[in-house]
Design a protein around this ligand. Structure first.
Ligand code: ADP
Ligand code: GLC
Length: 492
């Protein structure tokens, strides 16, 4: 290799992250965590990262006040060439640059997601605007790393409308965080808003089920690389059970499909320094201090204060994905005089109602906190003995990773990232990180919980060893960030 080329290789890799949410600005689930933590981990690997997301109204003022105006222009979008305002507001935080796309017509609603009819135009606009902004700012990344269906059109625009523009030199990666959500509508609606040519609206790109157009499908077809957030989910989504109608499409594209497991930000999630905890701890004092956190949690939530109880936590969006019909079916059976259950989540009214009901008939033993509450989440991770994640499908799952970091033993179904991150407890050797079950069945979930209780009550020494082993497990982003970087390097 010539000297010149060696120099070129040493240039930091430039990556633009494009997605619909990012902690601490807006977060509805794990995507927000990943959009925050992965760029930071990449910066530690010497990458240059810009994160691009919408300027939603719900972003707290304390962030908006720090944003700097970087320019604006008009952009055409629809088939009839309608013009839309694109404003750029910028913020730098710990070495990561965040560019917020400003347009009140699209982003001035209460929540990021309001319903597909509005969301399709919103994210058509967003995808096109991000590429236009990169050209406008003359910041051309090596790789544009897109996340979920909301950024699905970016790879499509990149190779069509933007192919002959400066940003057309970039390569693209599209990460699937959750295949359940895809951005589907009738072909005419999609054609109108994207303004893209007719030939794309056939089966290899947008079209499905005779007359629907699918944004995620189109993005997956055009992306240079597809990744998803665990190796197991990368396999699962090529099957009809998990493929959400795109299994054949993903199977066809599987030579560019990779599974890279998520990590968590181990600075935010650190029981030693966590200011939200009543009692901080590390492995030296975890067993005692977790009891103090348990008592504080019980007191706060109106449960009987007794640190000998087995406390099962559940922190989740309350949706079918999370296996809550199983939990609902065995709720009374998993309770006994020595067990308490704490639920934190919002979502499907069916589950919200069911969990409220279980609280009302089990006062002092069950707390259902139907809310989104960061602080309480930290306290539940620290104060529980076990965390329940019995998902129907789980691309990665972060709650089991956070739980382990806090010495809380996960009870999970063996699917997606849960399977890849929780090694089942082995009664012979005493090794493993948690309790697992395979088929999606109520009796198997109950059995896993009972196996957990048996070790907790009858073999505490081994339980405590597992607590410490879980805390010592590497759940950071470092390894996975390296794997992303390898693919970026391959692409540029
Ligand atoms: P998903 O993205 O499918 O919702 P993940 O496990 O990847 O699931 O991520 C969920 C994230 O959202 C975790 O950081 C978890 O702590 C957080 N979370 C979920 N529900 C709540 C809630 N009600 N209050 C606070 N945090 C929550
Ligand atoms: C999705 C998945 C979850 C994953 C998260 C971050 O919301 O449901 O399993 O951890 O994205 O990748």
């Amino acid at each position: 290799m010539s000297e010149f080329n060696q120099d070129a290789v040493r240039q930091p890799c430039k990556v633009a992250f494009i997605g619909s949410e990012c902690y601490p600005f807006v977060k509805t689930g794990g995507l927000g965590d990943v959009m925050y933590a992965l760029p930071r981990a990449l910066i530690r690997q010497n990458c240059e990262v810009r994160v691009m997301m919408p300027l939603y109204r719900c972003i707290p003022d304390k962030f908006k006040e720090k944003m700097v105006y970087k320019g604006d222009f008009m952009m055409d979008l629809c088939l009839d060439g309608r013009q839309f305002y694109v404003g750029i507001m910028e913020l730098e935080m710990d070495g990561v640059i965040y560019d917020f796309i400003d347009n009140r017509e699209f982003f001035d609603w209460g929540n990021p997601y309001t319903g597909l009819w509005e969301d399709i135009p919103k994210y058509c606009y967003f995808a096109k605007a991000t590429l236009a902004v990169l050209n406008y700012m003359e910041w051309i990344p090596d790789v544009i790393h897109c996340h979920d269906w909301q950024a699905g059109l970016v790879p499509v625009y990149l190779r069509t409308r933007f192919a002959e523009t400066p940003v057309g030199a970039a390569r693209s990666m599209l990460t699937i965080h959750n295949l359940r959500f895809q951005g589907i509508c009738g072909i005419p609606h999609m054609k109108y808003w994207t303004g893209l040519p007719d030939y794309l609206f056939d089966y290899p790109v947008f079209k499905q089920n005779n007359d629907d157009a699918n944004m995620f499908k189109a993005g997956l077809a055009f992306a240079d690389r597809i990744t998803t957030v665990s190796k197991t989910y990368a396999e699962e989504i090529q099957t009809s059970f998990y493929g959400e109608g795109l299994n054949d499409h993903l199977y066809y594209h599987n030579s560019k499909l990779y599974g890279i497991v998520n990590g968590i930000d181990v600075d935010i999630w650190n029981p030693k320094t966590d200011k939200l905890l009543p009692a901080t701890y590390d492995s030296a004092d975890a067993i005692e201090q977790k009891k103090a956190n348990k008592r504080a949690l019980q007191e706060k939530l109106g449960l009987e204060v007794d640190d000998s109880k087995f406390v099962i936590g559940l922190i989740s969006r309350l949706t079918d994905q999370k296996g809550l019909d199983l939990v609902n079916a065995i709720f009374q059976e998993m309770l006994d005089d020595n067990t308490q259950v704490v639920i934190l989540g919002t979502g499907d009214p069916r589950y919200e109602g069911a969990f409220r009901y279980y609280e009302s008939v089990n006062k002092g033993r069950v707390c259902s906190y139907i809310q989104y509450n960061e602080g309480l989440a930290h306290q539940i991770y620290a104060g529980s003995d076990a965390l329940l994640v019995p998902s129907l499908f789980e691309p990665c799952g972060l709650t089991q990773l956070i739980a382990m970091r806090y010495g809380t033993v996960p009870i999970v179904r063996e699917t997606g990232g849960l399977k890849d991150t929780v090694e089942p407890y082995n009664t012979e050797t005493g090794e493993g990180n948690g309790f697992t079950f395979d088929n999606y069945q109520t009796d198997l979930l109950l059995d896993a919980i009972n196996r957990g209780k048996a070790v907790y009550f009858d073999d505490r020494g081994r339980w405590d060893e597992m607590v410490l082993r879980d805390m010592a497990k590497d759940v950071s982003w470092e390894n996975s960030a390296k794997q992303y970087l390898e693919i970026y390097e391959e692409l540029r």
